[in-house]
Design a protein. Structure first.
Length: 310
């Protein structure tokens, strides 16, 4: 059964990623497919099938792998445009690639995919085998593709996902502040590398930050991911003067969380925080978010743990 949240995240990642990143990821998978498929085919059928037939099967799978990123992206666009029409392009292409290889290899090696024996049982059995191989390769391809794509893209797909969620959850606080004058403060917490020349798994660190913060919030407060490396925390009915109390509580909970500190150490990351409170001159929730991010960036620039927006 599909995980809707995971599917939504993959769709957002594919939508936000640059075209070059999509094709670069597909190219890596195409090279891996070429080496693995030819190696397996040559070792298994090299003494029975013509070498050109093995090359045809390898080339067909490699071409589909190279086009896989584009096919998946086209699937997504069709699904957005035609929600009621299921758009499946990648898996049929994989099926045709295996079928082409079967047509090329079978004359010289009837044992390819046990075709002769399976056909003797039932004429549809070779089709069933091709379907199973298509599902197996397609599933592995998708898993590896979406695991590699974040490494090649600079787009912040987490922000692409979380922006609507942040706007929806923050709307009630914003309306209360604008209509009734209820104070509200917003805290941005970012995991940053300890030094510019070191690589850190900032996305993983931010995920652990969010998980560690949630258990220390009041019922009226909210927390979520704002970007790949940033977590937002809303303090309801809290102005600039009162915000320091819950902010210090959150920071202290981070320091005392040994598992979180160990994870940050493994990611070679540390935390920077920025806090902003609602002001009348702000026209939208994004203004408050920008103010909190501005304070966060100032804290990072000054190498301070925490900075309040003024």
């Amino acid at each position: 059964m599909r995980n809707p949240a995971r599917l939504h995240e993959r769709q957002a990642l594919l939508s936000a990623a640059e075209r070059s990143a999509v094709f670069k990821t597909a190219a890596v998978l195409a090279v891996a497919t070429a080496f693995v498929s030819f190696g397996v085919l040559f070792l298994r059928y090299g003494d029975r099938a013509e070498i050109w037939a093995l090359v045809v099967q390898t080339a067909a799978l490699t071409v589909v792998a190279a086009l896989g990123g584009g096919l998946l992206r086209l699937e997504l666009r069709l699904q957005v445009c035609y929600e009621r029409v299921p758009a499946v392009l990648f898996l049929p292409a994989v099926f045709l690639a295996f079928a082409l290889g079967l047509a090329a290899v079978y004359p010289g090696a009837p044992s390819y995919l046990e075709t002769r024996g399976l056909a003797a049982v039932s004429p549809v059995m070779p089709v069933v085998v091709l379907t199973v191989l298509t599902a197996l390769y397609g599933g592995i391809y998708r898993e590896v593709f979406f695991a590699l794509l974040p490494r090649f893209t600079r787009s912040d797909y987490i922000r692409y996902i979380s922006s609507p969620q942040f706007a929806d959850q923050f709307r009630i606080y914003w309306d209360a502040a604008v209509r009734y004058g209820d104070p509200v403060s917003l805290m941005m917490i970012r995991s940053v590398p300890r030094s510019p020349d070191t690589s850190s798994d900032l996305e993983s660190a931010a995920r652990e930050l969010e998980r560690g913060i949630r258990s220390h919030l009041r019922r009226s407060d909210r927390c979520g991911r704002y970007a790949r490396d940033t977590v937002w925390v809303v303090f309801a009915r809290t102005n600039a003067a009162l915000a320091e109390i819950p902010v210090r509580r959150i920071l202290e909970s981070i320091r005392r969380n040994d598992d979180l500190q160990q994870h940050l150490e493994e990611c070679n990351a540390l935390t920077r925080c920025g806090v902003a409170s609602y002001q009348r001159r702000m026209e939208s929730p994004q203004d408050l978010a920008d103010a909190a991010i501005s304070a966060l960036e100032e804290a990072d620039r000054k190498e301070h743990e925490l900075q309040f927006y003024k």
